[in-house]
Design a protein around this ligand. Structure first.
Ligand code: ZN
Length: 324
């Protein structure tokens, strides 16, 4: 119990501490909370006292965070968003022990007010669970922020022709400060690993060449983009390509890739795909990736300070961190 309280209180203490030292050029201080690869660990790790927070504790933490941003934060400057990056099924056994697997997990996830979540290979590999999830999303309004920009649903028992599994994108506006943003969601693509029966995954680099991206940007008019991706942080060429496709339409705007699948804790600036004269990869200062581990051992937290370029009028990432 004590460790759970420390977990919540220390995070809130950090929010307050950071809020006091924001650069004067900053127009938005954005906290992005992120988790991925939960794999059914709704009940915490009861035999490990440092990791025993369960899904209810997570929601309790989000309630505290929401209280802070509503009542204590600088509402002219600070906002937060919450994301998941897929692979919430298959893991603990007990939480999958329904027919189809994952009914309880989907029920609990639907109670969390995500700004975006997406699909992973452990969902796609369970066709009956995919049918169940599709039905819940489409017919009962579950998980309204679910985004699958490159995954289509093709089960002809339920649809006449392929359609995007969930929304291809969502438009958002930060609660306190009113900044517009767009959320997209991508599943990794492996040419030899996508015979899941009732879904088709398109290569993300092919997907962003399709007309939907222009339509999404026209509708959302994003000042920044959040991409929740069930893609390894190592697949930098994918992030470089997606960022380039967005930049070609909007000009250079901050883009955050919330990655998953490898269960690693890591973060960095995205590659540009170019090297300097010494052969070293040149990083993109306006593009960040972050992967938050797995099984709710940690909550990923990307802290961004965004300023506005006087010439282009676009936002840019002034500084960022990924504290644990
Ligand atoms: Zn995965």
């Amino acid at each position: 119990m004590r460790s759970k309280m420390l977990f919540s209180l220390s995070l809130l203490a950090i929010f307050v501490g950071v809020a006091l030292c924001v650069d004067e050029d900053t127009v938005l201080k954005l906290t992005v909370l992120h988790h991925s690869d939960m794999h059914g660990w709704l009940y915490g790790h009861k035999h490990e006292s440092n990791y025993n927070a369960d899904y209810g504790d997570y929601q309790a933490l989000l309630n505290h965070v929401d209280d802070y941003f509503t009542t204590e934060a600088d509402t002219t400057l600070e906002d937060y968003l919450v994301y998941d990056s897929g692979d919430f099924l298959q893991g603990t056994g007990l939480s999958d022990a329904t027919s189809p697997p994952g009914i309880d997990i989907i029920e609990v996830m639907n109670m969390v007010d995500f700004d975006g979540t997406t699909i992973g290979n452990h969902e796609l590999g369970l066709p009956e669970s995919v049918d169940y999830l599709w039905d819940k999303i489409h017919n009962e309004g579950y998980l309204p922020s679910f985004v699958t920009s490159n995954t289509d649903y093709v089960n002809t028992d339920f649809v006449d022709e392929p359609e995007t599994f969930a929304k291809k994108y969502t438009c958002g506006q930060t609660t306190n400060t009113g900044h517009k943003f767009m959320t997209v969601g991508f599943m990794y693509y492996k040419e030899t690993q996508h015979d899941f029966g009732n879904t088709i995954v398109t290569d993300p680099l092919v997907s962003v060449g399709q007309p939907w991206l222009q339509a999404a940007i026209d509708e959302c008019e994003p000042e920044f983009v959040i991409a929740t991706c069930h893609i390894s942080y190592q697949d930098q060429d994918v992030f470089t390509g997606i960022k380039a496709a967005i930049t070609a339409i909007t000009g250079d705007i901050p883009t955050v890739f919330l990655t998953g699948h490898t269960h690693w804790w890591t973060a960095g600036n995205c590659d540009t795909g170019e090297v300097d004269e010494d052969g070293v990869e040149i990083e993109d200062p306006n593009c960040v990736y972050a992967e938050p581990g797995a099984y709710y051992r940690y909550i990923g937290r990307v802290e961004l300070e965004l300023a506005r370029d006087a010439d282009s009028g676009n936002m840019y990432i002034q500084q960022w961190s990924h504290p644990r």
